[in-house]
Design a protein around this ligand. Structure first.
Ligand SMILES: Nc1ncnc2c1ncn2[C@@H]1O[C@H](COP(=O)(O)OP(=O)(O)OP(=O)(O)O)[C@@H](O)[C@H]1O
Ligand SMILES: [Mg+2]
Length: 233
C-alpha cells in the first residue's frame, strides 16, 4: 500500500466578497480544496466565476473574507501583510496571461527581479537567472528585450521569472490564453516538465479543455463553489 501524499495546500470554507459601492459580490462562497504536493491542478469555470480570485488568494496576493488557507504548514490568512509579502516572495511563483515583463529590462534582468527581494549576491542572482532561462530553453536569448521575443518566448521568460526563486507553488492564470496553439502547446509541455521532472506543484487556470487535459486533475468553479472534480482517464 502506498502512503497518501500529504496536502501541500488545504483550503477550508473559503469566502471572498467584494464590495462595489453598496453592492456586495459574493465571489467565493465556501470553497474547500486539497492540493497534494506535486500535483498539476487545472482550475476551470465560466468567466467571472472567481478563478483569478481563488488563485490570488492561494498565492497571498489578496486576503479572504472568511475561511482558511494553509500552504506547507503556514496558515497564510493569519499572516500580517508584511509577513505575507515575505512568504509570497519565498514560496510562490506567478505566471500571467500577458506575461507582465518589464519592456526596459532584458530577459535576464526580468528573470532576476524576484531575487532582488533576497539577500543573494549579484553574482548568485545572475547565476540563478541564467539557470532558470536555460530550464525554459532560452539561454541564448538572455540579452534580448521583450519586444525582440515572440509571445511564446515572452511567456517562457515569464515562467523562468516564476521559478527562479524555486517556489513551493507555481500559480498560472491562463498562461496559454494569448498564444496560438503551437506556442501554447510548448508552454504546456514546459509546465508538464516542471511538474514531472522538477516536482513543482502547479495550479493553472484555463478556459481551454485541451490545456486542462495536461493537468493531473481538473476542478470547476461555478456559482462560488467548486462544483465537481474529475480525474481524467
Ligand atoms: N477587486 C475587485 N473588486 C470588485 N470586484 C471584483 C474585484 N476582482 C474581481 N471582482 C469580481 O469578482 C468576480 C470574479 O472575478 P475573477 O476575476 O476572479 O473571475 P474569473 O473567473 O477569473 O474570470 P475570467 O475567466 O474572465 O478571468 C467578477 O464578478 C469580478 O467582477
Ligand atoms: Mg480570470
Amino acid at each position: 500500500m502506498t502512503a497518501p501524499v500529504p496536502s501541500l495546500v488545504t483550503v477550508r470554507h473559503l469566502k471572498k466578497t467584494y464590495r462595489r459601492g453598496s453592492e456586495r459580490i459574493e465571489v467565493l462562497q465556501g470553497v474547500d480544496l486539497d492540493i497534494p504536493k506535486g500535483e498539476f491542478l487545472a482550475l476551470m469555470g465560466p468567466s467571472g466565476s472567481g478563478k483569478t480570485t481563488l488563485l490570488n488568494l492561494l498565492g497571498g496576493l489578496d486576503a479572504p473574507s472568511d475561511g482558511s488557507i494553509d500552504v506547507g504548514g503556514e496558515q497564510i490568512d493569519k499572516l500580517s501583510s508584511s509577513a505575507l509579502a515575505r512568504w509570497r516572495a519565498a514560496h510562490v511563483g506567478f505566471v500571467f496571461q500577458l506575461y507582465n515583463l518589464l519592456p526596459v529590462l532584458s530577459a535576464q534582468r526580468n528573470v532576476e527581479l524576484p531575487l532582488l527581494l533576497t539577500r543573494l549576491s549579484r553574482t548568485e542572482r545572475r547565476r540563478r537567472a541564467a539557470l532558470a532561462l536555460s530550464v525554459v530553453g532560452l539561454a541564448e536569448r538572455a540579452r534580448h528585450y521583450p519586444r525582440q521575443l515572440s509571445g511564446g518566448q515572452e511567456q517562457r521568460v515569464g515562467i523562468a521569472r516564476a521559478i527562479v526563486t524555486d517556489p513551493t507553488l507555481l500559480l498560472c492564470d491562463e498562461p496559454t490564453g494569448d498564444l496560438d496553439r503551437k506556442s501554447g502547446d510548448e508552454i504546456l509541455a514546459l509546465l508538464k516538465a516542471l511538474n514531472q521532472e522538477h516536482g513543482k506543484t502547479i495550479v493553472m487556470v484555463t478556459h481551454d479543455p485541451h490545456a486542462a487535459a495536461c493537468a493531473s486533475r481538473v476542478v470547476y468553479l461555478e456559482k462560488g463553489l467548486l462544483m465537481s472534480e474529475e480525474v481524467p482517464a
